[in-house]
Ligand binder design. Structure first.
Ligand code: NAD
Length: 336
C-alpha cells in the first residue's frame, strides 16, 4: 500500500511522542522534520531517518507531503494549520488548536472548504480508562448522572518556564495552566458529560507570579445542558504531577478516576480497572494514547471515516478555557 508522506513542524518536547507514533504507524512515512532551530530539526531527522529543514513553508509547498503534524508554540498553530490545509495537507495539531475561538473557527471553515482533515491531540480520550468510563456511562447501568468534580494538581516550576521563549506569556502561550495543562481535563469532562450551558470561574497567579504573566491556578463551576453541575479545580503549584482526579456521581453509584478507575455501586459491589500502558520511556506517565490517536488519524484518512476529535470537537475545551478567563475578568456567568 502507498504510504502517506508526513512532515512534523516543531521538534521540541512533544515531538518525540509524535515521531515514535509515526514510526510505528504502517501507513505513514516520515519525510521531513522542521524546526526554526536547525539543530533540533537535524537531530530529529538523524534519529528518525528523514530530511530536515528550518523553514516549514518550504515543506508546506511540497505537493508530495500528505500530512503535517503541528507541534509548535500555541500562537503559531492556527496560521500554520490554515496554510497547510490550503496546500492540501491533512493536519494533526497539538492542543490547544488555537489561542482564540475565532482562529479555531476559521480553521474549521478551512478544513470544510478544502476537504482536508483537521485532528486535535486530546489523546486522553484514547486512554483505556477514559474509554471504559464512556462505555459505563453509555450502558446506563449506573443510572442518571447527578454531578461531577475534577481536580488537576500538577507541578510546573520556574525552570520549566525560564527554559522556554513562549510558555508563560499571554501573547505566545495564550494563557497558562488552563490552556496548556488543564485543557485536557476540561475536554474529558465535556466528553463524559455532554453539552455545556454556561460556567463561572476564576484564575490567578500564585506561586509562579514573579515568573509568568499567565495563571498557575484556576477553578470553575460548569453547568451542563442536561442539568448536571461539575466543579473543577486546577493548579500547577503542587509539589508533583499527581494523577488527574475525576469523579462522576450517578444515581446507582460513583465512578472515580485517579491512577486507577474504580466503580462503586450503591449495592456494595466495586470494580477496579487499570490503565493498559506499554510505554516504558522517560515520560511513561504520558502513556500510549498519543500513539493510538495518531494511528486512528491515519486510519481515518486511509479508510475515509471521520476522525473523532476534529476541529468541532477540539474547539469545545478551548471555549471552556476562554470562558473561564472571561468569567474571571467580568465576574459573570459565561454562556458557551
Ligand atoms: N498533548 C500533550 O499531552 C502535550 C504535551 C506537551 C506539549 N504539547 C503541545 O505541543 C506543542 C509544543 O509544545 P512543546 O512542549 O513541545 O514546546 P517546545 O517549545 O519544546 O517545542 C516547540 C518547538 O517549535 C519550534 N518552533 C517555533 N517556531 C517555529 C516555526 N516558525 N517553525 C518551525 N518550528 C518552530 C521551536 O524551535 C521548538 O523546538 C504545544 O502546543 C503544547 O501545548 C502537548
Amino acid at each position: 500500500m502507498k504510504k502517506l508522506k508526513t512532515a512534523i513542524i516543531g521538534c521540541g518536547a512533544i515531538s518525540k511522542t509524535h515521531l515514535d507514533a509515526i514510526k510505528k504507524c504502517h501507513v505513514a512515512e516520515l519525510v521531513y522534520a522542521t524546526d526554526t532551530d536547525i539543530n533540533k530539526a537535524m537531530k530529529a531527522a538523524s534519529a528518525y531517518g528523514c530530511s530536515f529543514h528550518a523553514d516549514y513553508r518550504r515543506i508546506i509547498a511540497d505537493p508530495d507531503i500528505d500530512v503535517m503534524h503541528i507541534c509548535t508554540p500555541h500562537y503559531l498553530h492556527s496560521s500554520m494549520a490554515i496554510e497547510a490545509m490550503r496546500n492540501k495537507k491533512h493536519v494533526l495539531i497539538e492542543k490547544p488548536m488555537a489561542t482564540s475561538v475565532d482562529d479555531a473557527k476559521q480553521m474549521i471553515s478551512v478544513s470544510k472548504e478544502t476537504g482536508m482533515k483537521l485532528g486535535v491531540c486530546f489523546q486522553n480520550r484514547y486512554n483505556t480508562l477514559s474509554a471504559k468510563i464512556k462505555e459505563i456511562l453509555a450502558s446506563g447501568k449506573l443510572g442518571k448522572l447527578k454531578g461531577a468534580k475534577a481536580f488537576v494538581t500538577w507541578h510546573r516550576d520556574s525552570e520549566y518556564y525560564k527554559s522556554s521563549d513562549w510558555k508563560g506569556s499571554w501573547e505566545k502561550e495564550g494563557g497558562g495552566l488552563l490552556i496548556n495543562q488543564a485543557i485536557h481535563t476540561l475536554d474529558l469532562l465535556q466528553w463524559f458529560i455532554g453539552e455545556i450551558h454556561s460556567l463561572k470561574g476564576s484564575y490567578s497567579s500564585t506561586l509562579l507570579d514573579d515568573i509568568i504573566e499567565v495563571e498557575d491556578t484556576a477553578n470553575a463551576v460548569i453547568r451542563f445542558k442536561n442539568g448536571v453541575n461539575a466543579i473543577f479545580f486546577a493548579t500547577n503549584c503542587y509539589v508533583e504531577n499527581s494523577p488527574v482526579y475525576i469523579e462522576l456521581l450517578l444515581s446507582n453509584g460513583v465512578i472515580r478516576l485517579g491512577s486507577n478507575l474504580t466503580v462503586q455501586y450503591n449495592n456494595g459491589k466495586q470494580e477496579t480497572y487499570c490503565e493498559k500502558n506499554s510505554n516504558t520511556g522517560e515520560k511513561s506517565y504520558w502513556g500510549d494514547s498519543h500513539s493510538r490517536l495518531i494511528q486512528d488519524f491515519y486510519n481515518s484518512i486511509v479508510n475515509s471515516y471521520d476522525f473523532p476529535i476534529d476541529g468541532e470537537q477540539g474547539i469545545i475545551a478551548l471555549k471552556m478555557v476562554k470562558a473561564i478567563y472571561e468569567s474571571s475578568d467580568t465576574g459573570s456567568w459565561v454562556e458557551l
